[in-house]
Design a protein around this ligand. Structure first.
Ligand code: ZN
Length: 119
Protein backbone atom coordinates (compact mmCIF):
# COMPACT_ATOMS: atom_id res chain seq x y z
CA UNK A 1 0.00 0.00 0.00
CA UNK A 2 1.31 3.41 -0.95
CA UNK A 3 0.95 6.25 1.50
CA UNK A 4 -0.40 9.26 -0.40
CA UNK A 5 -1.98 11.47 2.22
CA UNK A 6 0.80 14.04 2.21
CA UNK A 7 1.23 14.07 -1.56
CA UNK A 8 -2.25 14.98 -2.74
CA UNK A 9 -4.89 17.43 -1.72
CA UNK A 10 -8.65 17.19 -2.05
CA UNK A 11 -10.33 20.48 -2.97
CA UNK A 12 -12.56 21.80 -0.17
CA UNK A 13 -15.18 22.90 -2.67
CA UNK A 14 -15.55 20.23 -5.38
CA UNK A 15 -13.89 17.36 -3.48
CA UNK A 16 -11.74 16.45 -6.48
CA UNK A 17 -8.03 15.85 -6.28
CA UNK A 18 -5.82 18.89 -6.88
CA UNK A 19 -2.78 19.05 -9.13
CA UNK A 20 0.58 19.61 -7.46
CA UNK A 21 2.40 22.66 -8.81
CA UNK A 22 6.01 23.84 -8.59
CA UNK A 23 7.36 25.94 -5.73
CA UNK A 24 7.12 29.70 -6.17
CA UNK A 25 8.22 32.90 -4.47
CA UNK A 26 5.18 33.42 -2.30
CA UNK A 27 5.98 35.03 1.03
CA UNK A 28 6.71 32.79 4.00
CA UNK A 29 5.61 29.67 2.21
CA UNK A 30 8.30 29.26 -0.45
CA UNK A 31 9.16 25.76 0.68
CA UNK A 32 5.61 24.50 0.19
CA UNK A 33 4.13 23.57 -3.20
CA UNK A 34 0.74 24.76 -4.36
CA UNK A 35 -2.04 22.27 -4.90
CA UNK A 36 -4.31 23.66 -7.61
CA UNK A 37 -7.91 22.78 -8.40
CA UNK A 38 -8.49 23.58 -12.07
CA UNK A 39 -12.24 23.07 -11.73
CA UNK A 40 -12.64 25.72 -9.01
CA UNK A 41 -9.58 27.82 -9.85
CA UNK A 42 -8.46 27.66 -6.22
CA UNK A 43 -5.01 26.78 -4.89
CA UNK A 44 -3.85 25.50 -1.54
CA UNK A 45 -0.54 25.44 0.27
CA UNK A 46 -0.29 22.95 3.05
CA UNK A 47 2.27 21.82 5.55
CA UNK A 48 1.94 18.18 6.47
CA UNK A 49 -1.83 17.88 6.20
CA UNK A 50 -2.76 21.33 7.45
CA UNK A 51 -3.82 23.93 4.88
CA UNK A 52 -1.76 27.08 5.52
CA UNK A 53 -3.06 29.20 2.64
CA UNK A 54 -6.15 29.05 0.43
CA UNK A 55 -5.86 31.18 -2.69
CA UNK A 56 -8.58 32.55 -4.96
CA UNK A 57 -8.08 34.44 -8.23
CA UNK A 58 -9.68 37.39 -10.00
CA UNK A 59 -9.08 39.44 -13.14
CA UNK A 60 -9.46 43.19 -13.55
CA UNK A 61 -8.35 45.23 -16.58
CA UNK A 62 -6.25 42.34 -17.91
CA UNK A 63 -4.39 42.02 -14.61
CA UNK A 64 -4.58 38.95 -12.41
CA UNK A 65 -5.04 39.26 -8.69
CA UNK A 66 -5.06 36.68 -5.98
CA UNK A 67 -6.53 36.63 -2.51
CA UNK A 68 -4.83 34.50 0.09
CA UNK A 69 -6.62 33.33 3.20
CA UNK A 70 -3.85 32.70 5.70
CA UNK A 71 -5.37 30.25 8.10
CA UNK A 72 -2.70 30.13 10.79
CA UNK A 73 -2.65 33.88 11.45
CA UNK A 74 -6.29 34.45 10.43
CA UNK A 75 -5.40 37.15 7.92
CA UNK A 76 -6.13 37.94 4.28
CA UNK A 77 -3.73 39.30 1.69
CA UNK A 78 -4.54 40.47 -1.83
CA UNK A 79 -1.74 40.57 -4.39
CA UNK A 80 -1.43 41.79 -7.95
CA UNK A 81 0.33 39.10 -9.93
CA UNK A 82 3.13 39.81 -12.38
CA UNK A 83 2.27 39.82 -16.09
CA UNK A 84 5.91 39.69 -17.17
CA UNK A 85 9.26 38.73 -15.70
CA UNK A 86 10.30 42.37 -15.15
CA UNK A 87 7.86 42.64 -12.28
CA UNK A 88 8.06 41.02 -8.86
CA UNK A 89 5.80 37.95 -8.94
CA UNK A 90 3.50 39.30 -6.23
CA UNK A 91 2.79 42.93 -5.31
CA UNK A 92 0.85 43.33 -2.08
CA UNK A 93 -2.26 45.46 -2.63
CA UNK A 94 -4.19 44.93 0.58
CA UNK A 95 -3.71 43.23 3.91
CA UNK A 96 -6.62 42.55 6.26
CA UNK A 97 -6.35 41.48 9.91
CA UNK A 98 -9.08 38.87 9.44
CA UNK A 99 -10.14 36.15 7.03
CA UNK A 100 -12.60 37.34 4.39
CA UNK A 101 -15.79 35.44 5.28
CA UNK A 102 -17.83 33.22 2.96
CA UNK A 103 -15.53 33.47 -0.04
CA UNK A 104 -15.87 30.63 -2.56
CA UNK A 105 -15.06 29.90 -6.23
CA UNK A 106 -18.38 31.38 -7.35
CA UNK A 107 -18.16 34.76 -5.61
CA UNK A 108 -14.39 35.28 -5.40
CA UNK A 109 -14.12 37.40 -8.55
CA UNK A 110 -16.70 39.90 -7.25
CA UNK A 111 -15.36 39.88 -3.68
CA UNK A 112 -11.74 40.44 -4.71
CA UNK A 113 -12.66 43.26 -7.10
CA UNK A 114 -14.77 44.91 -4.40
CA UNK A 115 -11.87 44.86 -1.93
CA UNK A 116 -9.44 46.20 -4.54
CA UNK A 117 -11.81 48.95 -5.66
CA UNK A 118 -12.81 50.18 -2.23
CA UNK A 119 -9.48 49.87 -0.43
ZN1 ZN B 1 -12.26 22.26 -6.63
Amino acid sequence: MTYHSNMNHICSFCKLECKKEPLDDYADYQDLPWYACDVCNVSYKKKLNIVEVTRFYAKLNDRRYCLNLIHKSQRTQIFRMACNTDEPPYTLILSLPYMVPNINPTNCQDKIITYITFS
